[in-house]
Design a binder for this molecule. Structure first.
Ligand SMILES: [Zn+2]
Ligand SMILES: [Zn+2]
Length: 350
Protein backbone atom coordinates (compact mmCIF):
# COMPACT_ATOMS: atom_id res chain seq x y z
CA UNK A 1 0.00 0.00 0.00
CA UNK A 2 0.97 3.65 -0.32
CA UNK A 3 2.03 5.62 2.73
CA UNK A 4 3.36 9.12 3.37
CA UNK A 5 6.63 8.47 5.13
CA UNK A 6 8.68 11.23 6.67
CA UNK A 7 12.08 11.24 4.99
CA UNK A 8 13.52 14.58 6.10
CA UNK A 9 12.71 17.60 8.24
CA UNK A 10 9.49 19.03 6.77
CA UNK A 11 9.23 16.45 3.99
CA UNK A 12 7.18 13.36 3.26
CA UNK A 13 7.58 10.90 0.42
CA UNK A 14 4.91 8.55 -0.84
CA UNK A 15 6.36 5.06 -0.51
CA UNK A 16 5.21 1.51 -0.94
CA UNK A 17 5.01 -0.18 2.49
CA UNK A 18 3.66 -3.57 3.68
CA UNK A 19 -0.11 -3.86 4.20
CA UNK A 20 -1.19 -3.99 7.86
CA UNK A 21 -2.82 -7.26 8.89
CA UNK A 22 -5.57 -8.45 11.20
CA UNK A 23 -3.38 -9.97 13.92
CA UNK A 24 -6.07 -10.49 16.56
CA UNK A 25 -9.61 -11.87 16.40
CA UNK A 26 -11.09 -8.54 17.54
CA UNK A 27 -9.28 -6.49 14.88
CA UNK A 28 -10.65 -4.77 11.82
CA UNK A 29 -8.89 -3.56 8.68
CA UNK A 30 -9.88 -0.04 7.59
CA UNK A 31 -9.38 1.46 4.13
CA UNK A 32 -8.63 5.07 5.04
CA UNK A 33 -10.65 7.61 3.07
CA UNK A 34 -9.89 10.86 4.93
CA UNK A 35 -7.31 12.01 7.46
CA UNK A 36 -7.10 15.36 9.24
CA UNK A 37 -3.87 17.29 9.69
CA UNK A 38 -3.59 18.07 13.41
CA UNK A 39 -1.50 20.76 15.11
CA UNK A 40 0.49 17.98 16.76
CA UNK A 41 1.30 16.53 13.31
CA UNK A 42 2.57 19.95 12.23
CA UNK A 43 4.65 20.11 15.37
CA UNK A 44 6.47 16.86 14.55
CA UNK A 45 6.73 17.65 10.85
CA UNK A 46 9.40 20.32 11.23
CA UNK A 47 11.52 18.59 13.86
CA UNK A 48 14.84 17.33 12.52
CA UNK A 49 15.22 13.73 11.45
CA UNK A 50 15.57 11.08 12.75
CA UNK A 51 13.00 12.06 15.45
CA UNK A 52 10.16 10.46 13.50
CA UNK A 53 11.80 9.41 10.27
CA UNK A 54 10.27 6.36 8.63
CA UNK A 55 7.11 6.74 10.71
CA UNK A 56 3.58 6.90 9.40
CA UNK A 57 1.74 9.53 11.43
CA UNK A 58 -1.75 11.04 11.58
CA UNK A 59 -4.45 10.20 14.10
CA UNK A 60 -7.65 11.79 12.78
CA UNK A 61 -9.14 9.30 10.34
CA UNK A 62 -12.22 7.75 8.82
CA UNK A 63 -12.78 5.09 6.19
CA UNK A 64 -14.38 1.81 5.21
CA UNK A 65 -14.21 -1.55 6.94
CA UNK A 66 -12.67 -3.96 4.42
CA UNK A 67 -12.00 -7.00 6.63
CA UNK A 68 -12.91 -8.13 10.16
CA UNK A 69 -11.50 -10.65 12.63
CA UNK A 70 -13.64 -13.61 13.70
CA UNK A 71 -14.72 -12.08 17.03
CA UNK A 72 -15.87 -8.73 15.63
CA UNK A 73 -19.59 -8.07 16.08
CA UNK A 74 -20.05 -4.27 16.13
CA UNK A 75 -19.17 -3.64 12.45
CA UNK A 76 -19.12 -5.54 9.17
CA UNK A 77 -17.31 -5.26 5.85
CA UNK A 78 -18.60 -2.23 3.95
CA UNK A 79 -19.42 -0.14 7.01
CA UNK A 80 -18.23 3.46 6.95
CA UNK A 81 -16.52 4.35 10.23
CA UNK A 82 -14.85 7.07 12.22
CA UNK A 83 -11.86 5.89 14.24
CA UNK A 84 -10.85 6.67 17.80
CA UNK A 85 -7.16 6.21 17.13
CA UNK A 86 -5.85 6.16 20.69
CA UNK A 87 -5.48 2.53 21.70
CA UNK A 88 -4.59 2.01 25.37
CA UNK A 89 -2.67 -0.93 26.82
CA UNK A 90 -5.76 -2.42 28.49
CA UNK A 91 -3.74 -3.77 31.40
CA UNK A 92 -2.50 -0.91 33.58
CA UNK A 93 -4.27 0.57 36.62
CA UNK A 94 -5.98 3.33 34.60
CA UNK A 95 -7.17 1.02 31.85
CA UNK A 96 -8.59 -1.37 34.43
CA UNK A 97 -10.65 1.37 36.09
CA UNK A 98 -11.91 2.61 32.72
CA UNK A 99 -9.75 5.73 32.45
CA UNK A 100 -8.02 4.44 29.35
CA UNK A 101 -7.54 7.92 27.87
CA UNK A 102 -4.79 8.65 30.40
CA UNK A 103 -3.09 5.26 30.04
CA UNK A 104 0.63 5.99 30.30
CA UNK A 105 1.31 3.22 27.79
CA UNK A 106 -1.20 4.23 25.10
CA UNK A 107 -0.07 4.63 21.53
CA UNK A 108 2.35 2.55 19.63
CA UNK A 109 2.91 -0.30 22.08
CA UNK A 110 3.20 -3.75 20.56
CA UNK A 111 1.68 -2.42 17.37
CA UNK A 112 -1.59 -1.54 19.08
CA UNK A 113 -2.40 1.73 17.41
CA UNK A 114 -4.77 3.19 14.89
CA UNK A 115 -2.68 6.36 14.72
CA UNK A 116 -1.29 5.75 11.24
CA UNK A 117 -3.62 7.84 9.16
CA UNK A 118 -1.44 9.17 6.35
CA UNK A 119 -1.59 5.95 4.33
CA UNK A 120 -4.14 3.68 2.67
CA UNK A 121 -4.93 1.02 5.28
CA UNK A 122 -4.74 0.57 9.04
CA UNK A 123 -5.68 -2.29 11.38
CA UNK A 124 -6.77 -2.09 15.00
CA UNK A 125 -9.35 -3.12 17.61
CA UNK A 126 -13.01 -3.00 16.59
CA UNK A 127 -13.88 -1.30 19.89
CA UNK A 128 -12.30 1.86 18.45
CA UNK A 129 -14.33 2.17 15.26
CA UNK A 130 -17.70 3.93 15.19
CA UNK A 131 -20.15 3.48 12.28
CA UNK A 132 -21.28 6.71 10.60
CA UNK A 133 -24.43 7.15 8.51
CA UNK A 134 -24.26 7.68 4.74
CA UNK A 135 -24.99 11.40 4.94
CA UNK A 136 -21.85 12.09 7.03
CA UNK A 137 -18.75 12.67 4.90
CA UNK A 138 -15.43 10.96 5.53
CA UNK A 139 -13.69 14.31 6.07
CA UNK A 140 -16.19 15.30 8.75
CA UNK A 141 -15.88 11.87 10.36
CA UNK A 142 -12.09 12.17 10.33
CA UNK A 143 -12.20 15.30 12.47
CA UNK A 144 -14.43 13.73 15.11
CA UNK A 145 -11.17 13.26 17.01
CA UNK A 146 -10.96 17.06 17.39
CA UNK A 147 -14.53 17.24 18.67
CA UNK A 148 -13.87 14.32 21.02
CA UNK A 149 -11.40 16.39 22.99
CA UNK A 150 -13.92 19.21 23.18
CA UNK A 151 -16.76 16.96 24.35
CA UNK A 152 -14.39 15.77 27.07
CA UNK A 153 -13.68 19.41 27.97
CA UNK A 154 -17.42 20.14 28.30
CA UNK A 155 -17.70 17.07 30.53
CA UNK A 156 -14.63 17.78 32.69
CA UNK A 157 -15.32 21.50 33.09
CA UNK A 158 -19.05 21.08 33.74
CA UNK A 159 -19.99 23.62 31.05
CA UNK A 160 -23.72 24.14 31.00
CA UNK A 161 -26.51 26.45 29.90
CA UNK A 162 -26.40 30.18 30.46
CA UNK A 163 -22.75 30.29 31.50
CA UNK A 164 -20.18 32.65 30.04
CA UNK A 165 -17.32 30.49 28.75
CA UNK A 166 -14.07 31.99 27.46
CA UNK A 167 -12.14 29.95 24.91
CA UNK A 168 -8.55 31.11 24.43
CA UNK A 169 -7.26 30.12 20.99
CA UNK A 170 -9.36 29.83 17.81
CA UNK A 171 -7.59 26.85 16.26
CA UNK A 172 -9.61 23.72 15.39
CA UNK A 173 -9.79 22.62 19.03
CA UNK A 174 -10.91 26.05 20.27
CA UNK A 175 -13.46 26.39 17.47
CA UNK A 176 -14.85 22.88 18.02
CA UNK A 177 -15.15 23.66 21.72
CA UNK A 178 -17.01 26.88 20.90
CA UNK A 179 -19.36 24.79 18.72
CA UNK A 180 -20.07 22.52 21.70
CA UNK A 181 -20.39 25.42 24.15
CA UNK A 182 -23.30 26.49 21.95
CA UNK A 183 -24.73 22.95 21.92
CA UNK A 184 -24.54 23.02 25.73
CA UNK A 185 -26.50 26.28 25.81
CA UNK A 186 -23.73 28.49 27.18
CA UNK A 187 -22.33 31.74 25.74
CA UNK A 188 -18.89 31.36 24.14
CA UNK A 189 -16.39 34.22 24.09
CA UNK A 190 -13.39 33.34 21.93
CA UNK A 191 -9.97 35.00 21.92
CA UNK A 192 -7.20 34.86 19.30
CA UNK A 193 -4.59 37.08 17.70
CA UNK A 194 -5.72 36.44 14.09
CA UNK A 195 -8.93 37.94 12.71
CA UNK A 196 -9.93 35.24 10.23
CA UNK A 197 -10.76 32.41 12.67
CA UNK A 198 -12.51 34.95 14.91
CA UNK A 199 -14.74 35.97 11.99
CA UNK A 200 -15.43 32.28 11.36
CA UNK A 201 -16.28 31.88 15.06
CA UNK A 202 -18.68 34.82 14.90
CA UNK A 203 -20.33 34.28 11.52
CA UNK A 204 -20.35 30.51 11.11
CA UNK A 205 -20.36 29.00 14.59
CA UNK A 206 -22.11 31.84 16.37
CA UNK A 207 -19.80 33.13 19.09
CA UNK A 208 -21.39 35.34 21.74
CA UNK A 209 -18.32 37.59 21.41
CA UNK A 210 -14.88 37.54 19.82
CA UNK A 211 -11.75 39.28 21.06
CA UNK A 212 -8.55 39.94 19.11
CA UNK A 213 -6.11 40.21 21.99
CA UNK A 214 -3.64 42.12 19.83
CA UNK A 215 -6.20 44.88 19.37
CA UNK A 216 -7.92 45.04 22.74
CA UNK A 217 -7.23 44.00 26.31
CA UNK A 218 -8.87 40.57 26.65
CA UNK A 219 -9.17 40.72 30.44
CA UNK A 220 -10.91 44.12 30.40
CA UNK A 221 -13.22 42.94 27.62
CA UNK A 222 -14.18 39.72 29.42
CA UNK A 223 -14.89 41.72 32.58
CA UNK A 224 -17.11 44.07 30.57
CA UNK A 225 -19.00 41.10 29.08
CA UNK A 226 -19.56 39.49 32.49
CA UNK A 227 -20.74 42.47 34.58
CA UNK A 228 -17.28 42.81 36.10
CA UNK A 229 -17.48 39.36 37.64
CA UNK A 230 -15.32 37.29 35.32
CA UNK A 231 -16.16 34.24 33.22
CA UNK A 232 -17.66 31.10 34.72
CA UNK A 233 -15.21 28.96 32.79
CA UNK A 234 -11.99 29.86 30.94
CA UNK A 235 -10.46 27.23 28.68
CA UNK A 236 -6.95 27.50 27.33
CA UNK A 237 -6.87 25.84 23.89
CA UNK A 238 -3.57 27.25 22.62
CA UNK A 239 -1.23 24.51 21.49
CA UNK A 240 2.38 24.28 20.52
CA UNK A 241 3.83 24.48 24.01
CA UNK A 242 2.84 28.13 24.48
CA UNK A 243 -0.34 27.40 26.35
CA UNK A 244 0.61 27.77 29.97
CA UNK A 245 1.93 31.26 29.37
CA UNK A 246 -1.70 32.29 29.09
CA UNK A 247 -2.52 30.89 32.51
CA UNK A 248 -1.95 34.29 34.17
CA UNK A 249 -4.59 35.87 31.91
CA UNK A 250 -6.96 32.95 32.47
CA UNK A 251 -6.68 33.47 36.23
CA UNK A 252 -7.37 37.18 35.80
CA UNK A 253 -10.50 36.69 33.71
CA UNK A 254 -12.14 33.80 35.58
CA UNK A 255 -14.67 34.57 38.30
CA UNK A 256 -14.27 33.49 41.90
CA UNK A 257 -15.52 29.89 42.19
CA UNK A 258 -14.91 29.60 38.45
CA UNK A 259 -13.10 26.89 36.53
CA UNK A 260 -9.99 27.04 34.36
CA UNK A 261 -9.46 24.23 31.87
CA UNK A 262 -6.07 23.41 30.36
CA UNK A 263 -6.63 21.78 26.98
CA UNK A 264 -3.61 23.07 25.05
CA UNK A 265 -0.34 21.40 25.89
CA UNK A 266 1.73 23.71 28.11
CA UNK A 267 5.42 24.44 27.94
CA UNK A 268 7.49 22.45 30.41
CA UNK A 269 9.66 25.33 31.67
CA UNK A 270 7.30 27.72 33.34
CA UNK A 271 8.15 30.96 35.01
CA UNK A 272 4.73 32.46 35.48
CA UNK A 273 3.44 35.41 37.39
CA UNK A 274 0.09 33.95 38.27
CA UNK A 275 -2.27 35.47 40.80
CA UNK A 276 -1.97 32.33 42.94
CA UNK A 277 -3.83 34.08 45.73
CA UNK A 278 -6.90 34.52 43.57
CA UNK A 279 -6.72 30.82 42.72
CA UNK A 280 -6.62 29.95 46.41
CA UNK A 281 -8.88 32.56 47.99
CA UNK A 282 -11.32 32.57 45.09
CA UNK A 283 -11.55 28.77 45.13
CA UNK A 284 -10.84 28.59 41.43
CA UNK A 285 -10.53 25.06 40.04
CA UNK A 286 -7.64 24.41 37.66
CA UNK A 287 -8.45 21.31 35.64
CA UNK A 288 -6.35 19.39 33.12
CA UNK A 289 -8.14 18.07 30.05
CA UNK A 290 -6.56 15.41 27.84
CA UNK A 291 -8.12 13.24 25.15
CA UNK A 292 -11.50 11.63 25.73
CA UNK A 293 -13.05 8.49 27.21
CA UNK A 294 -16.62 8.24 28.46
CA UNK A 295 -19.23 10.52 29.96
CA UNK A 296 -21.44 8.58 32.33
CA UNK A 297 -22.32 5.43 30.42
CA UNK A 298 -21.56 6.87 26.97
CA UNK A 299 -18.31 6.91 25.03
CA UNK A 300 -17.45 10.54 24.29
CA UNK A 301 -16.53 9.54 20.72
CA UNK A 302 -20.05 8.12 20.32
CA UNK A 303 -21.48 11.43 21.57
CA UNK A 304 -19.55 13.21 18.81
CA UNK A 305 -20.72 10.66 16.23
CA UNK A 306 -24.34 11.24 17.26
CA UNK A 307 -24.05 15.05 17.27
CA UNK A 308 -22.38 14.98 13.86
CA UNK A 309 -25.03 12.61 12.46
CA UNK A 310 -27.80 14.92 13.69
CA UNK A 311 -26.19 17.94 12.01
CA UNK A 312 -25.47 19.77 15.26
CA UNK A 313 -21.80 20.49 14.52
CA UNK A 314 -20.06 22.74 11.99
CA UNK A 315 -17.58 20.06 10.94
CA UNK A 316 -18.17 20.65 7.21
CA UNK A 317 -17.46 24.36 7.53
CA UNK A 318 -14.33 23.69 9.58
CA UNK A 319 -12.72 21.88 6.64
CA UNK A 320 -11.28 24.67 4.51
CA UNK A 321 -8.82 22.71 2.39
CA UNK A 322 -8.65 19.18 0.97
CA UNK A 323 -5.79 17.46 -0.82
CA UNK A 324 -5.16 13.96 -2.11
CA UNK A 325 -2.73 11.98 0.06
CA UNK A 326 -0.06 12.35 -2.64
CA UNK A 327 -0.03 16.12 -2.01
CA UNK A 328 0.66 15.79 1.71
CA UNK A 329 3.59 18.24 1.62
CA UNK A 330 1.36 20.90 0.09
CA UNK A 331 -1.37 20.12 2.64
CA UNK A 332 1.04 20.55 5.55
CA UNK A 333 2.37 23.81 4.10
CA UNK A 334 -1.17 25.21 3.87
CA UNK A 335 -2.09 23.95 7.36
CA UNK A 336 1.03 25.55 8.85
CA UNK A 337 0.35 28.94 7.26
CA UNK A 338 -2.99 29.83 8.84
CA UNK A 339 -2.54 33.56 8.31
CA UNK A 340 -1.51 33.30 4.68
CA UNK A 341 -4.07 30.70 3.61
CA UNK A 342 -6.97 31.25 6.05
CA UNK A 343 -6.91 27.52 6.67
CA UNK A 344 -8.77 26.07 9.63
CA UNK A 345 -8.80 22.33 9.10
CA UNK A 346 -6.90 20.61 6.30
CA UNK A 347 -7.95 17.09 5.29
CA UNK A 348 -6.20 14.52 3.11
CA UNK A 349 -8.31 12.16 1.01
CA UNK A 350 -7.37 8.82 -0.42
ZN1 LIG B 1 -5.31 15.73 16.67
ZN1 LIG C 1 -3.19 1.22 30.15
Amino acid sequence: MKAAVKTAEGDFEIKEVPMPEITRPDYVLVKIRSAGVCGSDLHRWKVPVPASVGRISGHELAGDIVAVGKDVTNVKVGDRVGVDSVVPCGECYWCKVGQYHICPYKGDIRGKTFARAFCEYVAGPSSHVFPIPDHVGYGEAAIMDVYGTSVHAINRLDIHMNQKVVVIGAGPIGLSLLDLVNVAGADGIIIDIIDHPLEFAKNTIGAYATINSKKEDPVAKVMELTDGRGADVVVDCVGGGASAFLLPQAVEMVRRKGIIGMVGMPSTDLNLHVDWRKLQMGEVDLIGVSGFYHWGNDREFQIVTDLLSKGKLHATEMITHRFPLEKINEAFTVAADKQGTNSIKVVLDS
